[in-house]
Design a protein around this ligand. Structure first.
Ligand code: HAM
Length: 429
């Protein structure tokens, strides 16, 4: 690389045509699924007031903000996630919108993280959220949509698994074993690192929070229980029973929809973001090499906190970075599709006027057309047509044109056929 070349920033991607083709492949699958679930697309500003994130997102994300003062001295941040923008926008129109509201978006987000495999400083994220429904059917529908957004790309239960838990359940369990409400947030933050740090380190940290070795040990034991074990063990605790019933309901809905074998209860899942109040879930690669592909949950207080309207909500964010890695690993990313149907070849510059007319008429009829822009040899033009992945070469030569004909070459079979010039240039309007 020459010394005066400026490199892109670490953790930011250039999308060359082949990478953009992969991105478009993912986005179109996502959009198809969102439409099938009856969701409407929205977008918001990439730059927001800093306060939108400091109020409710939690320390993890706030520590990763790209924040600065704009020229007017306002504290602002590039959006690190879409949920606060979504909550702000919904609050503006909440009264007028029929409920439940089902909206989706595919924003580019920015987080100052340490770049590594599956983790960058920008990523795109499909967000699907339902607002105005407390019934666990909404939670199940959101999880099903997340699974389907991946199934649409060729992944299935042999590649992915959904870990599901519930903050209400965990809060009730912590209450039941005597952990003070004031410590719950710190306990969740510690448990969120369970799969990244050694267990004895986590145990020590929990001990520091609850100041009791036995209780710290019990918290860790709870993270390994199945739902039926918890139901038996805490049968006398009404709030545990209710939260467990809802969770069983969510899992049951997925099975009844035909998505059995994808989701399982995992008490060790808490999720880092501070605003979740109920169901939480993440979708992981089964092998578990990469970070989560998708994460979400119920956040019934965020709209009140950011927009002053009291509406429950549930949704998820699914990132494109981990997903692209996974699709490539399983040979599920299609090769870049050709972007040319017809390549116009001129035998000499004499045919240029006809070439312009043919190219324009074919484009008007919806064909994707490239014409050779130099007076190159026919063989060079045909080579360029093949390289462009064109289906046909339309060869314009003086002799054929004098008879009102052109030569059309099928570039796959090599077959050539004369067709009347009029058949390519006749168009209405
Ligand atoms: P999140 O768990 O922070 O949730 O992000 C969701 C997904 O985005 C992750 O599972 C991961 O695939 C992807 N992702 C996040 N950060 C990065 C990064 N630095 N590089 C690559 N991929 C990344 C949220 O953002 C919530 N707002 C989701 C939500 C919507 N909850 C309710 N509605």
């Amino acid at each position: 690389m020459s010394s005066n070349q400026i490199q892109s920033l670490s953790g930011f991607r250039d999308f060359f045509p082949e990478e953009l083709s992969s991105r478009r492949h993912i986005f179109s699958a996502w959009r198809r699924v969102c439409e099938r679930y009856g969701f409407s697309e929205y977008d918001g500003p990439p730059l927001e007031p800093l306060e939108l994130y400091t109020r409710k997102s939690g320390d993890g994300i706030v520590g990763q903000l790209y924040e600065f003062e704009d020229k007017g001295g306002r504290p602002v941040a590039l959006r690190p996630e879409m949920t606060p923008t979504f909550a702000r926008m919904i609050a503006l129109r909440a009264a007028a919108l029929p409920k439940p509201i089902r909206w989706f978006s595919i924003p580019q987000l920015f987080r100052y993280e340490r770049p590594q495999r599956g983790r960058l400083r920008e990523h795109f994220q499909l967000n699907m959220d339902i607002v105005g429904e407390t019934n666990f059917l909404a939670d199940a529908e959101i999880i099903a949509a997340g699974i389907d957004a991946l199934r649409e790309l060729g992944l299935n239960k042999s590649h992915i698994r959904v870990r599901v838990s519930d903050r209400r359940l965990m809060v009730s369990l912590l209450d039941a074993i005597g952990v003070a409400g004031a410590s719950h947030h710190a306990v969740f933050n510690t448990l969120d690192r369970l799969d990244k740090r050694p267990r004895d380190e986590i145990a020590k940290e929990l001990q520091g929070i609850v100041s009791d070795q036995e209780v710290a040990g019990r918290i860790l034991e709870l993270t390994e229980r199945s739902i039926s074990q918890l139901q038996d063990e805490f049968a006398d605790h009404e709030s545990v029973v209710k939260a467990a019933d809802d969770l069983v309901g969510v899992l049951g809905c997925l099975e009844k929809s035909g998505l059995e074998g994808y989701a399982e209860f995992d008490a060790s899942l808490v999720r880092g973001l501070a605003y979740y109040t109920g169901t939480v879930f993440e979708i992981w690669e089964r092998e578990g090499q990469l970070r989560a592909i998708c994460g979400g949950g119920r956040y019934d207080d965020l709209l009140q906190a950011l927009g002053g309207v009291d509406l429950p909500a549930v949704g998820f964010g699914m990132g494109d970075v981990v997903l692209s890695e996974l699709l490539k690993e399983h040979q599920l990313m299609p090769a870049e599709v050709g972007c040319v149907d017809d390549y116009i070849v001129c035998v000499s510059e004499e045919e240029r006027a006809t070439a312009l007319k043919v190219a324009h008429s074919l484009r008007d009829s919806g064909r994707r057309v490239t014409q050779d822009l130099q007076s190159r040899k026919v063989s060079r033009q045909l080579k360029a047509a093949n390289q462009a992945g064109a289906e046909r070469a339309i060869i314009l030569g003086a002799e054929e044109l004098s008879r009102g004909m052109v030569l059309v070459k099928d570039l796959e079979s090599g077959e050539e056929q004369e067709v009347p010039l009029d058949s390519l240039t006749d168009r209405k309007g």
